[in-house]
Design a protein around this ligand. Structure first.
Ligand SMILES: Nc1ncnc2c1ncn2[C@@H]1O[C@H](COP(=O)(O)OP(=O)(O)OP(=O)(O)O)[C@@H](O)[C@H]1O
Ligand SMILES: [Mg+2]
Length: 151
């Protein structure tokens, strides 16, 4: 199925840009009329993926992070966060809760678990030395549907 609306952002892997990225994605989703909770969930998942690109993908260097979002029929949203950094040696292991390669920075190893719990789907594709692409997918229910089920 073809997306009916798309956007793409590219920015330097500086931590100051993480808020920019999550806010831009949230603004792009506004026409879908998401609930506050849905917006917060998506912002948190984007924030985890972008932070990973910045702190792990481009450890000790600055590179480009690309965030794209596509809207499909029935309020399905697909977001991709891509870096061309160091890549992940073992994706299965990296996705395990509490696994981190940066314990000295007091990282909890929970970023992927958070993304997985807040989104409907999480895909991680990565090649060592080439970079990583995270695909996040979620269906927005809309305020009306949320209000109906609360009645
Ligand atoms: N974009 C990336 N490039 C390279 N390695 C990554 C990338 N994203 C994740 N990783 C690897 O996967 C591990 C797990 O990521 P995850 O986000 O779950 O935990 P964390 O970032 O270590 O800790 P937290 O997210 O809780 O601060 C990381 O420690 C890192 O080794
Ligand atoms: Mg993380």
């Amino acid at each position: 199925m073809k997306a009916y609306n798309t956007m793409r952002l590219s920015f330097d892997s500086r931590s100051a840009n993480e808020a920019f990225a999550r806010t831009a994605v949230a603004a792009f989703l506004c026409p879908l009329d998401p609930t506050v909770e849905e917006i917060l969930d998506v912002k948190t998942a984007v924030s985890e993926a972008v932070t990973n690109a910045i702190v792990h993908g481009y450890r000790n260097s600055i590179g480009k992070v690309t965030v794209s979002a596509s809207l499909y029929e029935n309020k399905r949203v697909v977001i991709k966060v891509q870096d061309r950094g160091c890549g992940i040696e073992d994706v299965t292991k990296a996705r395990e809760p509490l696994f981190t390669t940066a314990p000295e920075e007091e990282r909890a190893g929970l970023g992927f678990a958070v993304m997985e719990s807040l989104m409907d789907k999480l895909k991680v594709s990565s090649k060592p030395g080439k970079g990583t692409t995270i695909t996040l997918e979620r269906v927005i229910r809309s305020k009306e549907a949320a209000n109906d089920s609360a009645r």
